[in-house]
Design a binder for this molecule. Structure first.
Ligand code: C2O
Length: 518
C-alpha cells in the first residue's frame, strides 16, 4: 500500500462551450477535474484549498470511508464547508473496493462543474475477473449550462422547473457536434481494430438519467459502482446520476442524439464519412430500463462473494412524496417540497456527524418514522396534495451491525418519476424491484438473495419500488438522497445515524485537526 497525495485548488476559471463563455468553479482550472488514480489498500491525502468566493466541500462518491465519515464530504452532514481562503485534507484509506467511482462538490449545485473520476486499481497481483483490456478510458457524462446555475436553482426551488433544463449534455466536458457552435468541443478517442477497450462510464449529470451507446458496437458490462457484475452484452447502458459502469467496447463509432456525441476514430481508417449515431432507447423506455436492470447481477464467485443479509433486523419503508408549501418570501407564495415519509429534510447549521460525535443537543432528532404515518394507495390515482409534509432534521438511528432492509416506494404525488437514490458510507444489495405498490405479503418471496447487484446508487422506478439490504457495519452519520439535484434541493433526503459498535475499533474515529469549523 502506498500513500497517494493530491492537491486540489478550487479556482474560478473562464470556460467556453456552445460559444458562451462564463466563469465556472473548477479544481486546478480543469473541467472536468483531475482523475484520482489509486490502488486498493492505498491511503489517499487530498488537500483542498479554496481560492474561490464559494464555500466548498467534496464527496468521494462510493468510497465507504469506514469509521471515517470525516472524509465523506457532504456539507453540513459530515463537515462544515471549506471557506474561501481555507484548506482541508481529506485523509482516507481505500479498503475492500476496486473499480470506477467519482468525486464531486457536495454543496449547493457546485457539482455542475466540480467533478472528476476515481479509478481504483485492484491490489498488485490480483487480476481483474475478466480479460485485461488493451487500453481504458474514462467517459464522464455531464451537463452544460449557458446561464448561471445558481439562478436556475432559485427558480427551480420556487417554480419547480422540469429536470431537463441544461443547454447541452457533455462527454468529458464536451457537448459534441450535434449542438450548435460546438464542433471543436467534441470528445474523440482513437482506437485500433481488434483491440479491447474498457470504458469507465460515469453519470455526473445533475438531473438526467442517461443512455449510452456506441454506433455499430455492443458493450459488455462488467462492473457497476465499483463492484464486479456477471458480464452481459447490451446495445446501450442505462446510467443514473451518481452511478458508474465499466463496460468493454466490443470489437468494431459516436454517442446519443439529444445527449452528447463523441467519436471513436479507428486508427488507419480515414474519417471521410460522418460518424453514425447509435440507436438508443427512447428516454421514457421503462421496458428497456426494467430488462436492463434485471440483467445486472453480482459476480458472486468465491473471490467476490455476494454476502446478502438473509435475516433482517430492521425493516424500513419510505415513500417518496412531492408537494407545495406556502413560502411568503417565494415567487407565487409557494415553493416545492419533496419528502420521505412526509418529512422534508432540513439542512442543519452544523455538521450532523460533529453533533453526533460530540453529543451536541438540539441539532437533529432520531425520530424518523420507519414507515409512512398514513398509508395510502401510493401509485393509484394521481394525488396533488402533499399529505401534510413537515420540515425537519429528523434521522433514523440504526444499531451497529444490524441488517437493514429499506423499501423505497415512488408515489403519484404530482408526477411519477424515476429516482436514483444514493446511500453514503455503504454499498447495498438491490434485492427486489417492481411496478405499483410494494406488497409486503408477496413481494419479498420474489427477492433475489443469491446474486443481486451490489451498488451505492439505485433507481427507484417510475410508479414502482425498489428494495435494498445492507449490514450497518460502518458507524457514523450517513446521508441518503435522490441524486437528482433538483429533488435533493427540494428536500428528498435524510440521514442514518449508525451507532458505534462494541470496542474501540468499531467506533467513529476522532475528527481530524483541520476539520473545517462551522
Ligand atoms: Cu454523489 Cu451525496 O452524492
Amino acid at each position: 500500500a502506498a500513500i497517494k497525495k493530491y492537491q486540489f485548488d478550487v479556482q474560478v476559471k473562464n470556460v467556453s462551450r456552445l460559444c458562451h463563455a462564463k466563469p465556472i468553479v473548477t479544481i486546478n482550472g480543469r473541467f472536468p477535474g483531475p482523475t484520482i488514480y489509486v490502488r486498493e489498500g492505498d491511503r489517499v491525502l487530498i488537500n483542498v484549498t479554496n481560492h474561490a468566493q464559494y464555500n466548498m466541500s467534496i464527496h468521494w462518491h462510493g468510497l465507504k470511508q469506514y469509521r471515517n465519515g470525516w472524509a465523506d464530504g457532504p456539507a453540513y452532514v459530515t463537515q462544515c464547508p471549506i471557506q474561501t481562503g481555507s484548506s482541508y485534507t481529506y485523509d482516507f484509506n481505500v479498503t475492500g473496493q476496486r473499480g470506477t467511482l467519482w468525486w464531486h462538490a457536495h454543496i449547493l449545485w457546485l457539482r455542475a462543474t466540480v467533478y472528476g473520476a476515481i479509478v481504483i486499481l485492484p491490489k498488485q497481483g490480483t487480476p481483474f475477473p475478466f480479460p485485461r483490456p488493451y487500453r481504458e478510458a474514462e467517459i464522464i457524462l455531464g451537463e452544460w449550462w449557458n446561464g448561471n446555475v445558481e439562478e436556475f436553482v432559485n427558480k427551480a426551488n420556487n417554480l419547480g422547473l422540469p429536470p431537463n433544463s441544461s443547454d447541452a449534455h457533455t462527454i468529458n466536458g464536451k457537448p459534441g457536434p450535434l449542438f450548435p457552435c460546438s464542433e471543436k468541443h467534441t470528445f474523440a478517442m482513437e482506437v485500433e481494430q481488434g483491440k479491447t477497450y474498457l470504458l469507465r462510464i460515469i453519470n455526473a449529470a445533475l438531473n438526467d438519467e442517461l443512455f449510452f451507446g456506441i454506433a455499430g458496437h455492443n458493450l459488455t458490462v462488467v462492473e457497476v459502482d465499483a463492484v464486479y457484475t456477471k458480464p452481459f452484452t447490451t446495445e446501450a447502458i442505462l446510467i443514473a446520476p451518481g452511478q458508474t459502469t465499466n463496460a468493454f467496447m466490443d470489437a468494431p463509432v459516436a454517442v446519443d442524439n439529444k445527449t452528447a456525441t463523441g467519436i471513436f476514430q479507428y486508427r488507419g481508417i480515414p474519417n471521410t464519412v460522418l460518424p453514425s449515431l447509435p440507436q438508443l432507447p427512447a428516454s421514457n423506455d421503462t421496458a428497456f430500463a426494467l430488462s436492463y436492470n434485471k440483467k445486472l447481477k453480482s459476480l458472486n464467485t468465491p473471490n467476490f462473494p455476494a454476502n446478502v443479509p438473509l435475516k433482517v433486523d430492521r425493516k424500513l419503508f419510505y415513500t417518496i412524496g412531492f408537494g407545495k408549501e406556502s413560502c411568503p418570501t417565494c415567487l407565487n407564495g409557494t415553493r416545492f417540497v419533496a419528502s420521505l415519509n412526509n418529512i422534508s429534510f432540513e439542512m442543519p447549521q452544523v455538521g450532523l456527524l460533529q453533533a453526533h460525535y460530540f453529543n451536541l443537543k438540539g441539532v437533529f432528532k432520531t425520530d424518523f418514522p420507519d414507515r409512512p404515518q398514513t398509508p395510502f394507495n401510493y401509485t393509484g390515482a394521481p394525488l396533488t396534495a402533499s399529505l401534510g409534509t413537515s420540515t425537519g432534521t429528523r434521522l433514523s438511528k440504526i444499531a451497529f451491525n444490524s441488517t437493514v432492509e429499506l423499501v423505497l416506494q415512488d408515489t403519484n404525488l404530482l408526477t411519477v418519476e424515476s429516482h436514483p437514490f444514493h446511500l453514503h458510507g455503504y454499498n447495498f444489495f438491490v434485492v427486489g424491484t417492481g411496478i405499483g405498490n410494494f406488497d409486503p405479503a408477496k413481494d419479498p418471496a420474489k427477492y433475489n438473495l443469491v446474486d443481486p447487484v451490489e451498488r451505492n446508487t439505485v433507481g427507484v422506478p417510475t410508479g414502482g419500488w425498489t428494495a435494498i439490504r445492507f449490514r450497518a457495519d460502518n458507524p457514523g452519520v450517513w446521508f441518503m438522497h435522490c441524486h437528482l439535484e433538483l429533488h435533493t434541493g427540494w428536500g428528498l433526503k435524510t440521514a442514518f445515524v449508525v451507532e458505534d459498535g462494541p470496542g474501540s475499533d468499531h467506533s467513529v474515529l476522532p475528527p481530524p485537526k483541520d476539520l473545517p469549523p462551522c
